[in-house]
Ligand binder design. Structure first.
Ligand code: ADP
Ligand code: ASP
Ligand code: MG
Length: 402
């Protein structure tokens, strides 16, 4: 007997049959005597469809109005799921993010949860109701609806589990757990039994969208026991927790991120302070730069290239042009046809040769590397987008099948 928080993603509630399936799963947990709080996403492709609808009318709609629109997807799901639970004869209540007490900051579109006032949820649990909460949304200090960023329902669930001190937070999705790579396009990928918070955080931040990266950050911070599993079977999922390197694996996962664009400043003066000028200017304007590479230079000219998210590209190009009287680049080049491919594993810090093995895999597959970045727990390379899936497969098989 305990308090269980569950989250069901879009594919798990995509139609009436799937909604009924989720209702049965929830009520089984409730019947066993548990308190049950469920966070739900919008059905299927609803969020994408809503974005497309907005673009038909105004491609530059304000983020506030986008949040007003996008939050409606989750509101549909909670009502339908509650109706399904009612049909099975169990007490239930659906709550929007604000009814459930989610308070966020005011970064529309990427808001962060500040607090959850759990009074309403606790009252409902005391009445022995199943509580169904809209994921992905909250309310800011102006009483405006905000959303937490794509994939943000995972974070809603973990936040609920932390605030309610739940025994476990189960993330139900359309795969059996966290795999060594995206099983959608890596045929040899296999499920991990467990993974550490730090490794999962890197994987999620580097493109493995099976979990929203902020949900992992929060689970680590509040020590939430997190489990990723399928809503379509009863297989054991993957536990995300504080783990020692149980399986002696150097590399735990390979991932790809298409949300990047490369910008190159060609022929800037080879003098001290150039990189500082460029990156300080970008930082001041709220731009996060990811991979950076600078050529050695010949004492006269050098090149600086870096990556940013696709969404920031237009702003970055405009900023660079506006500041080119200071930067003095001969030419500013850019491309969106690149992807970042990364390997992640806490075990690689003490092992030499991991990078070489990764590059060997790429070399064998005749894939060119554009940029490289390493840290204690990950190595990332930038490759042409057309090569990205092949790169992930080649690297995966090199490390995981040996
Ligand atoms: P949900 O709607 O349930 O939140 P998502 O589409 O956001 O589902 O996340 C699940 C998807 O994440 C899977 O279908 C899979 O294609 C993708 N994915 C990417 N990387 C991984 C990985 N390493 N392990 C498992 N799934 C992954
Ligand atoms: N519906 C939102 C999205 O598609 C949030 C989520 O699914 O987690 O991004
Ligand atoms: Mg998701």
């Amino acid at each position: 007997m305990g308090l269980i928080v569950q989250k069901y993603g879009g594919t798990s509630v995509k139609d009436a049959e799937r909604v009924m399936n989720v209702a049965r799963r929830i009520t089984n947990v409730y019947k066993a005597g548990n308190d049950v709080v469920v966070a739900v996403s919008a059905q299927g492709d609803t969020t994408d469809d809503l974005i497309a609808k907005a673009n038909e009318i105004n491609e530059k709609a304000s983020k506030r109005e986008m949040d007003m629109l996008l939050s409606s997807g989750e509101q549909i799901s909670i009502a339908l799921l509650a109706m399904a639970v009612e049909k099975l004869g169990f007490p239930v209540v659906s709550l929007t993010g604000w009814q459930a007490g989610f308070k966020t900051d005011s970064h529309y579109g990427t808001a962060r949860i500040k607090t959850i006032d759990t009074e309403r949820i606790k009252t409902e649990l005391d009445r022995r109701r199943i509580v169904i909460v809209a994921g992905f949304q909250g309310l800011n200090k102006y009483d405006d609806i905000t959303t937490l960023g794509r994939g943000g329902s995972d974070t809603s669930a973990v936040a609920l589990a932390a605030a309610l001190n739940a025994d476990v937070c189960e993330i139900y999705t359309d795969v059996d757990g966290v795999f060594t790579a995206d099983p959608r396009f890596v045929k040899n990928a296999y499920k991990l039994d467990d993974i550490s918070y730090d490794e999962m955080l890197e994987l999620a931040s580097l493109g493995a969208n099976v979990l929203h990266n902020r949900s992992v950050e929060m689970a680590k911070k509040y020590n939430v026991k997190l489990c990723v599993r399928s809503s379509l079977n009863d297989n054991e999922g993957t536990y995300v927790k504080e783990v020692e390197q149980v399986e002696k694996m150097l590399v735990r996962g390979v991932t790809r991120d298409n949300d990047c664009a490369r910008v190159a400043l060609c022929g800037v003066e080879d003098t001290p302070g150039k990189a500082f000028q460029v990156f300080q200017m970008l930082a001041k304007n709220g731009i996060s730069v990811d991979l950076i590479i600078q050529s050695i230079g010949n004492g006269i000219k050098k090149d600086i290239a870096f990556t940013v998210t696709e969404g920031d590209l237009d702003t970055v190009l405009k900023l660079l042009e506006d500041h080119n009287s200071m930067i003095k680049a001969d030419e500013i080049k850019w491309t969106k046809d690149v992807s970042k491919v990364s390997i992640v594993g806490a075990g690689m810090v003490n092992n030499s040769g991991v990078a070489a093995k990764m590059f060997e895999a790429l070399s064998d597959a005749h894939i060119n590397i554009n940029m490289i970045a390493t840290s204690e727990i990950k190595i990332s390379v930038l490759v042409d987008r057309n090569d990205a899936e092949r790169a992930v497969n080649a690297i995966h098989d090199k490390f995981m099948l040996d």
